[in-house]
Design a protein around this ligand. Sequence first.
Ligand code: FE2
Ligand code: FE2
Length: 197
Amino acid sequence: MSDFIQELKNDHRVIQQVVAGMSAVAELLDSGKQVDPSVLADLVQFLRVFADRCHHAKEEHHLFPLLATNASVSTRRELESLEREHRLAKQLVGQLAKVAAVYVHNPGAVRYRIIDLLQQLVELYPAHIWKEDFLLFPLAQQNLSPAEQRNLEEKFENVEHEVGEDVHAGFEMLAKKLEAVVEYRNTGACPLCSSAA
Ligand SMILES: [Fe+2]
Ligand SMILES: [Fe+2]
């Protein structure tokens, strides 16, 4: 497998860990518990920086345009659909940021809205990632020349550099931290719940 595909797949695994965490946070809120507001702020930051500014940028600014060149109509349609899903995710995250700010002072007022937004994001990502992992990346592996693949690897490195490699590593830590909430959600000892819960 080419390095640039491995890199995108590694990003996907980190996003999937956070999506599992988001699902657990939504369940906790739905069961009447309160979560520490910093968890929602961390999620928003992850989705904005790691998922959108870093991962979506690698795909939208570099991989997708390359694949769209000389692509079939069905591939172009698929690329447009994936871009629409990136835009939808961005809109949902924008809304989540607003209600997460209200949650700090008035959790009861926005609890349902936060659950709804988290669930929409949880529903969006797995199918999106599946289409890229199993339909788009094999096509890229097959159709891109070695020179194009090397060029993509350089472009991806620039994206990571712009975002900041420390920031990237920090988000991988957050993904691990969120894994804890998935494990603890049924025990009542959730490490992310606020003491007021
Ligand atoms: Fe994507
Ligand atoms: Fe992706």
